[in-house]
Design a protein around this ligand. Structure first.
Ligand code: XMP
Length: 521
């Protein structure tokens, strides 16, 4: 699937590397639109239109001689478009053009020193004065014979052909990963490729995106009406504001208060979107309905399903009241669309049924407006700032669709929700006061379904345990717990216990993901 045909871009053909998304992000950081397609889809030669200024072949877990396991469209070698192969991509270029690849004597994983052998535009300003650079490797195979008309640009102790070029054809290969931050000046090498070699024009900034996306939405929607499920999170907030700029009053946002939101969240959403930004907003207070449906439910998956289904039902109930709606706007992001997450096509096992406002509601047969579908999260944040959304909204920690329900393991009651809202409020405020909020990817309080004995003012207490979780992460797929200083932990523990009735013990979750997940359920 090609997402956009009318932008000068760099096409990344993905062979299943865990870093492919990083390549796309680096190119976009340079200011050029980049798009990822799976190697399986790259067989359609029509895809290679004149807007493609350069092609990058990603790394991957396979061996170039396992040619039945991956597809390589040789026709891309005749398009007169510069090509850069990274790791596996580098080996493919060599193999298909007549070189040889073999198992390395020494596998190289991690840092390696690469030494310049010859000049190349690709490595301008890449090497330090002593003609070396520190790069990041992750390979077991290596090129053992160069194809015709290729030169060595740089080598490591273990692999002679670490950077190679065919100057006439503008084909390049690097055995290491310039896209990871562990490779010193990796971005300079990528910049040399896209700007100096591919001659791609800088066309990708939040300002450009804002104008383009507003125009695209206007073209798609015309004078028709659009509804949008607003959660108050970054993605739906940016979608709402973008659409409001594009189509004004033809947009209606529906905000469902499930009663499982953070303290004061509904007030903030109404204040921002209805009062300040003057967006048509339907506020639905469905607290009681959610609590009723969740009564006696303690199974995590049942909770998630009940909340997801009820959310859709309520959303539909209100959406149906708006006349002549043709479109549904959603905050789908680029990582959700990238198809080739696994080269072997294996399915990862289902851990949790995620619920969010995306994917709503199929029965209504509305057409989708997904203006953020080309963007990564950090780009969405920048776009949000460009659209004048407040930093509080833009840099807010992620919050799950099922809300506090999955932070109260076991049975959910209004009383527990209220205790938890307070505890979370104290924790998050304390993080902000101590300048820790921005250093942490996600933090929250949870209420454990066990009571323990405590002593307060010489009296016995028998109350709940509050669990605090704070993690650092890139994308929520993996996470590490945050290392607080003892002083901070002492302060927050005292604050919670002294101020919130119903909690007499505070614990801190020191597991990473994996083996745990970020949320408790
Ligand atoms: P887990 O618990 O799966 O969480 O490690 C990873 C990230 O996803 C968020 N999360 C959700 N987000 N709907 C969402 O929109 C959901 O149902 C959902 N469940 C978890 C979680 O907060 C973390 O950021």
């Amino acid at each position: 699937m090609i997402l956009s045909n009318n932008l000068n871009k760099i096409l990344i053909i993905d062979f299943g590397s865990q870093f492919t998304q990083l390549i796309a992000r680096r190119i976009r950081e340079i200011g050029i639109f980049s798009e990822i397609i799976s190697h399986k889809k790259a067989k359609n030669i029509k895809l290679f239109n004149k807007e493609i200024k350069g092609i990058i072949l990603s790394g991957g877990p396979l061996n170039v001689y396992d040619s039945n396991k991956f597809k390589f469209n040789k026709k891309i070698l005749n398009l007169n478009i510069p090509i850069l192969g990274i790791c596996f991509g580098h080996q493919i270029i060599c193999k298909v053009l007549g070189g040889k690849v073999k198992k390395s004597k020494y596998r190289e994983f991690g840092s390696a020193i690469v030494k310049k052998e010859n000049k190349s535009v690709l490595v301008e300003k890449f090497f330090s004065k002593n003609q070396t650079n520190n790069v990041w490797m992750s390979h077991a195979d290596q090129v053992s014979k160069l194809p015709k008309n290729f030169n060595v640009v740089a080598s490591t102790k273990n692999s002679k052909y670490t950077i190679i070029e065919n100057k006439k054809k503008n084909f390049f290969g690097v055995q290491f990963h310039p896209e990871v931050t562990h490779t010193n000046k990796g971005k300079i090498l990528l910049k040399n490729f896209v700007i100096k070699i591919c001659k791609a024009k800088r066309n990708w900034s939040s300002k450009h995106q804002k104008i383009k996306l507003i125009n695209d939405v206007r073209k798609q929607v015309g004078t028709k009406k659009v509804i949008c499920a607003l959660s108050g999170g970054v993605d739906s907030s940016v979608v709402a504001q973008l659409l409001s700029k594009a189509i004004g009053k033809n947009l209606t946002c529906i905000f469902v208060n499930t009663g499982l939101l953070r303290k004061n969240e509904e007030k903030q959403v109404i204040n921002t979107f209805k009062n300040k930004l003057k967006i048509n907003l339907i506020y639905v207070n469905a607290e009681n309905e959610f609590i009723r449906k969740l009564k006696n439910i303690s199974d995590p998956e049942k909770k998630r399903k009940i909340i997801g289904n009820l959310f859709i039902k309520i959303f539909e109930r209100y959406a149906n009241k708006i006349k002549k709606v043709r479109f549904l706007a959603q905050g789908t992001l680029y990582p959700d669309l990238i198809e080739s997450k696994s080269v072997t096509g294996s399915q990862t096992s289902k851990i949790k049924s995620h619920h969010n406002v995306g994917g709503l509601p199929k029965k209504m047969k509305l057409e989708l407006v997904e203006p953020l579908k080309f963007l990564f999260k950090d780009e969405v944040r920048k776009l949000g700032l460009e659209l004048n959304l407040s930093k509080d909204i833009i840099f807010r920690h992620p919050f799950p669709g099922p809300g506090l329900a999955i932070r109260i393991p076991g049975l959910i009651t209004s009383q527990k929700i209220n205790i938890l809202k307070e505890a979370d409020f104290y924790f998050i405020n304390e993080l902000k006061k101590n300048n820790l909020y921005k250093k942490i990817w996600q933090a929250y309080a949870a209420l454990l379904p066990v009571k323990t004995v405590g002593v307060m003012g010489d009296n016995r207490t028998y109350e709940h345990i509050c669990l605090l979780r704070a993690i650092t992460s890139e994308d929520g797929m993996t996470a590490d717990f945050f290392n607080f200083k003892k002083d901070f932990m002492q302060k927050i523990s005292n604050k919670i216990i002294n101020n919130i009735k119903g909690i007499n013990r505070v614990v801190y979750d020191i597991t990473s993901k994996p083996p745990s997940t970020i949320e408790l359920e």
